[in-house]
Design a protein. Structure first.
Length: 175
């Protein structure tokens, strides 16, 4: 309510206060939202370490958005030491729940061999999934990275990556 000004004047400080009350009671959505507020400095001082703390609490409850943002924190070294292996772990959890942004980031890390062994087949698979699920400029970026990865692949590897992407879609998306 306060964060969006729905029915009350917009007030980031008051929104953060209400998110904190719910977050401290274990509400994963509020924990994620409070993490975003700390990450952006909305209604609270910007504090990446505090953002990570709230993301982790929500992520451990299965919040795909929090898992993705925790991956971003480890990827960028914001609020935690940079650790690509940890970024991969959190991106994978979010990706398995359908986070298109996590699909992109996981594909990017496989493409560059950050936190994992470089694997163009795996990179292309995740980037292909991301390209199918993102829109606008994000989709264009995923397509561009996917196509650069494809230039490094053999036709057999490209076919394998496409097969894996189709299988992922079939197993994870509703009919």
């Amino acid at each position: 309510m306060y964060g969006d000004g729905e029915g009350v004047p917009e007030d980031d400080v008051e929104a953060a206060r209400w998110y904190r009350l719910a977050a401290e009671q274990g509400n994963a959505r509020a924990q994620f939202s409070l993490g975003v507020r700390y990450g952006n400095g909305e209604g609270v001082p910007q504090d990446y370490s505090e953002a990570v703390r709230w993301y982790r609490l929500a992520a451990e409850q299965g919040s795909a958005s929090a898992q993705h943002n925790l991956g971003v924190a480890y990827d960028a070294g914001e609020g935690v030491p940079q650790d690509y292996s940890e970024a991969v772990r959190w991106y994978r959890l979010a990706a398995e729940q359908g986070s298109a942004s996590a699909h992109f980031n996981l594909g990017r890390l496989y493409a560059y061999g950050q936190g994992v062994h470089q694997d163009y087949v795996e990179a292309h698979m995740w980037l292909n999934i991301a390209a199918a699920r993102l829109s606008g400029g994000n989709r264009e970026r995923a397509v561009a990275v996917r196509d650069r990865v494809a230039e490094q692949m053999t036709p057999i590897d490209l076919s394998e990556a496409q097969r894996r992407a189709r299988e992922w879609h079939a197993a994870h998306l509703e009919p």
